[in-house]
Design a protein around this ligand. Structure first.
Ligand SMILES: *Cc1c(COP(=O)(O)O)cnc(C)c1O
Length: 380
């Protein structure tokens, strides 16, 4: 068993982040910008959905090989012109991130480990042959967008302003090569809880038929193509009565990897917690990393290891595994209630460890629990 050793992304996440005041003002607001009326905004804020409504602005930057990143702006949220031969539309040269702005009881607004997302965005860019956006320009885009559209950060716990930064190749031409130009945008969506039913267990189909990622592929990059590949499996699982899909490794088809957009954890009856080891085909989640730390803080043994699915199903049946949960920024922590697979189904009870992890993590994010690791970043 290997001891806790920070990953490259965890190292990036601990780099000193410049304060919001030092980076603010890099993205200037367009003078023609027309915000929504206060009444229209209030209607959205009283009826929070997930990822369905957007704030008044979006951060924007452009890249070419000659100029590098330039033209940093806050534009009115809205459609963008794109050449029909743009690289992203044909060859899917795209990466994205997802993080949330949380409002604390005193009205202040915070991000959770934004340097982790900055590091991961850069890593995804490298894999997808896109130009890396400097971490300070990334941070500045979040600060400027949130400060400008701060009224879209909900005041209720469980609510947040979901931020979606993304970069794509917008160069024209059908030649198969990295785009000669790129666009960065960050949009913001005032959101309620991700799952409509709140902290309710999800049912999961463990597919033997489809894989999310393969060795040497793009599974470790946060890129749209991985999600495109997950849509059909998801649709088929839903038709069979399951809400989400869990993938197994594509080499042996035996080891648990992750869901289409969330990492997974297993809680054993002896109190030990396990999560699949990062093999290069699993997306390294900031929520995953934080949960490992929080569990270790609480004195629990956490193993990043290979988790054989048939053994796991058997362990659930005989009570050696008592809880499982999925995690990611959008849904935070979601208990898994039922696992279906070719030839069987197992059920899990709702346990205390999942609840504990959820309580501590959201407590830190909403400023109710002490932030011992300096994860919170003050925006305003
Ligand atoms: C984004 C994502 C996650 C979760 O990452 P967080 O940083 O925790 O939000 C997990 N798996 C996949 C495939 C993802 O795209």
């Amino acid at each position: 068993m290997t001891g806790p050793r920070p990953t490259t992304l965890e190292d990036a996440a601990t780099l000193p982040a410049p304060t919001a005041d030092t980076v603010q003002g890099r993205y200037l607001t367009d003078a023609t910008s027309q915000p929504r009326s206060a009444a229209d905004r209030e209607h959205i804020m009283q009826n929070l959905r997930f990822g369905a409504d957007f704030s008044d602005h979006m951060a924007s930057a452009r890249w070419t090989a000659d100029t590098g990143w330039s033209d940093l702006q806050l534009l009115p949220y809205g459609p963008i012109p794109l050449d029909p031969s743009a690289n992203v539309l044909h060859y899917a040269q795209e990466v994205f991130e997802g993080l949330k702005a949380y409002r604390h009881a005193d009205g202040s607004i915070w991000l959770f480990r934004p340097m982790f997302n900055a590091g991961r965005l850069a890593a995804s860019c490298r894999r997808m042959a896109l130009p890396e956006l400097p971490a300070e320009d990334f941070l500045a885009s979040l600060v400027d967008l949130i400060r400008t559209d701060h009224e879209y950060v909900p005041h209720i716990e469980g609510g947040s302003l979901y931020l979606r930064p993304f970069i794509f190749g917008d160069g024209a031409g059908l030649g198969v090569k990295p785009s000669t130009s790129a666009r960065y945008l960050c949009i913001a969506s005032p959101s309620g809880p991700y799952f409509k039913n709140g902290f309710a267990p999800v049912s999961i189909w463990v597919t033997q038929q489809y894989h999310r990622a393969g060795p040497g592929g793009i599974g470790a990059a946060k890129t749209g193509g991985n999600y495109a590949a997950s849509l059909l499996p998801q649709q088929e699982a839903q038709a069979q009565g399951y809400e989400q899909v869990c993938y197994l490794d594509s080499v042996h088809g035996t080891n648990l990897e992750e869901l289409g957009g969330m990492n997974v954890f297993v809680v054993r009856a002896d109190g030990k917690v396990q999560t699949p080891r990062l093999t290069g085909t699993i997306l390294e989640g900031g929520t995953r990393s934080s949960i490992i730390q929080l569990l270790r803080d609480a004195g629990r043994q956490v193993e990043e290891t290979a988790i054989n699915f048939s053994e796991l199903a058997e362990d659930i049946r005989r009570g050696a595994v008592t809880e499982m949960f999925a995690c990611g920024t959008a849904a935070v922590v979601t208990p898994i209630g039922r696992l279906g697979f070719e030839g069987g189904e197992v059920e899990l009870s709702q346990g205390t460890v999942t609840q504990e992890v959820y309580g501590t993590l959201t407590g830190i994010q909403y400023g109710r629990v002490e932030d011992r690791h300096g994860w919170m970043y003050r925006v305003m």
